[in-house]
Design a protein around this ligand. Sequence first.
Ligand code: PRE
Length: 312
Amino acid sequence: MTAEKPRKYSYLGPAGTFTEAALRQVPEAAGQVWQPVVNVSQALRNVTTGVSDAAMIAIENSIDGGVSATQDALASFGNLQIYGEYLVQVDFVLVSRPEVQLREVTTIAAHPVAYAQCRSWLEQHLPEHQHIPASSNAQAAADLFAEGTVIDAALAPPTITEHFELAVHGSELVDNPGAQTRFVLVGKPRPAGQPTGHDKTSLIIDLPEEKAGALLTLLEQFAARGVNLTQIASRPIGHHMGSYRFFIDAEGHIRDARLRHAVMGVKQYSPRVTFLGSYPRADRVQPKVDPNHTDAAFADAEAWVAGLIAGN
Ligand SMILES: O=C(O)C(=O)C[C@]1(C(=O)O)C=C[C@@H](O)C=C1
């Protein structure tokens, strides 16, 4: 018998990021090969080229909203699917090399999403500071030790002190306590799993241009079938001013009749629909399904129409 090849997982590195903490929530990833990368595009490229079997990426933050780099990368790569969703509670520490005092801090390295989450605290406590963008929260801390660095302090996950010797000038920093980042595990497309009763379906939908009420028509596809949406986010397509795509998360599974019919409605009207998968939601919340929109109700209606066609 040949041993099974270890699976490979890309994640935003280096060790110590929140993305790594999200990957730790995936039981199948334990003991497999973890591949740190420098950005989301690299993580997704690893999946499409077969370097990795899956990638963990941050998709939304409860303070800063959708992670635009992730949304744009998912739209441009195509041919990817979300396997699972994970939530990580986020707050930060402000750290420096041990000899640096807080009053000496003028430059602060931070991932732009992390910076946005602590903006008010920093403006209040270090009003003169300058933000230096870092590729991740753990990299911000690593940059404190780079040769010739101009960085005095970094915003990093609390576990960063396990990786470097640091002075901690502030902890539990975050403008809204209880902030969370939502991560998704992404791989190549595969057949849809079975509904769990607490699923979410993610879609990227390009809006037809110059059509009055285009957004309303899009939303009606879901509303008319009793499908609740948990996220509606728009990003420019980039061709020219005024062209948009929508990132939609809908409650339900592509195997649920109400969701399937809504997706068929969207497909008939949008120039481009990308199906990003149906997967169990991290909070395990079960949607309330109106009795008119259950699978049985759709089956009844179809049987009724079949009867009409048959002349019954
Ligand atoms: O994973 C990390 O630690 C990151 O640096 C990335 C990231 C993100 O891309 O949103 C993850 C979670 C935090 O909300 C801020 C930054």
